[in-house]
Design a protein around this ligand. Structure first.
Ligand code: ASC
Length: 108
């Protein structure tokens, strides 16, 4: 996820030239992947890089999931529509939704 989000960010932040096909491809992977991790945090899966708060703060964890799914989906729609300005504007909030969950729930 980080790889694909990073490629998108390089374009959104102008570190590499904007490539519409690459932006769409990477944004779609990000949007799809944002929906996938959650089944891996069920009962009995505690540990690894996941902080113990995940299993103690269920409502907050679910709220962060929904936020990621929502925010990480937007750049894909913008990329498909060829709307670079929207994609640039949406990248920051999508990154913030990654960070919000990591700050609260990633093991330190
Ligand atoms: C990334 C990545 C994250 C997020 C986060 C945003 O590219 O791997 O986890 O962006 O750093 O703040």
């Amino acid at each position: 996820m980080s790889q694909h989000f990073g490629r998108l960010g390089a374009m959104a932040n102008g570190r590499v030239p904007y490539d519409a096909a690459a932006a769409t491809e990477n944004a779609e992977v990000v949007a799809d992947m944002a929906k996938l991790p959650w089944a891996a945090f069920g009962a009995g899966t505690e540990g690894g890089k996941a902080g113990p708060e995940i299993w103690k703060e269920d409502a907050k964890f679910k709220e962060r999931q929904q936020k990621l799914i929502e925010e990480a989906g937007k750049p894909a729609s913008a990329a498909k529509a060829g709307n670079i300005d929207a994609l640039k504007a949406q990248f920051g909030p999508a990154a913030a939704s990654c960070k919000a969950c990591h700050d609260s729930f990633r093991a330190r």
